[in-house]
Design a protein. Structure first.
Length: 133
């Protein structure tokens, strides 16, 4: 399994989450964050009192999903295509391994605990790829 973490401009949240839901992604975590990158040079933090730092960062959102290894490529394409819609100031997507987890509600432990949505996700991704091809 892999954890996909997309850090995007807040303005891209609706486009990306709509594309993920349409592709069959169910559970996802979305959080607000602040950041800057080389593309945000005017927003780069400078030496100033700590209380002023937050004002120099750009609003971002973080979208996190856990998916099977064989769906990562398709999901990356979906995220990048939806986030790249002009005008887009950029963003980044990280992919990391997930060794396993525990579903707190059910107590189920394992590498696919709580991922009952995955068969539907794989079907939706195959259908989407077939339509695009």
């Amino acid at each position: 399994m892999k954890r996909i973490e997309a850090i995007l401009p807040a303005a891209r949240l609706e486009d990306v989450t709509d594309a993920l839901v349409e592709s069959g992604i169910g559970p996802m975590t979305i959080s607000d964050s602040l950041g800057w990158s080389a593309g945000d040079a005017t927003a780069a933090p400078r030496r100033r009192p700590k209380s002023a730092y937050a004002a120099s960062f750009c609003e971002r959102v973080r979208i996190e999903v856990v998916v099977p290894d064989d769906t990562v490529g398709d999901l990356l394409d979906i995220i990048v295509d939806a986030a790249r819609t002009p005008p887009s100031p950029g963003g980044v997507v990280f992919v990391s391994p997930v060794d396993g987890f525990v579903d707190i509600r059910s107590g189920e432990v394992g590498d696919d605990a709580g991922l009952g949505h995955l068969p539907a996700l794989k079907w939706a991704l195959r259908r989407r790829v077939a339509r695009a091809g």
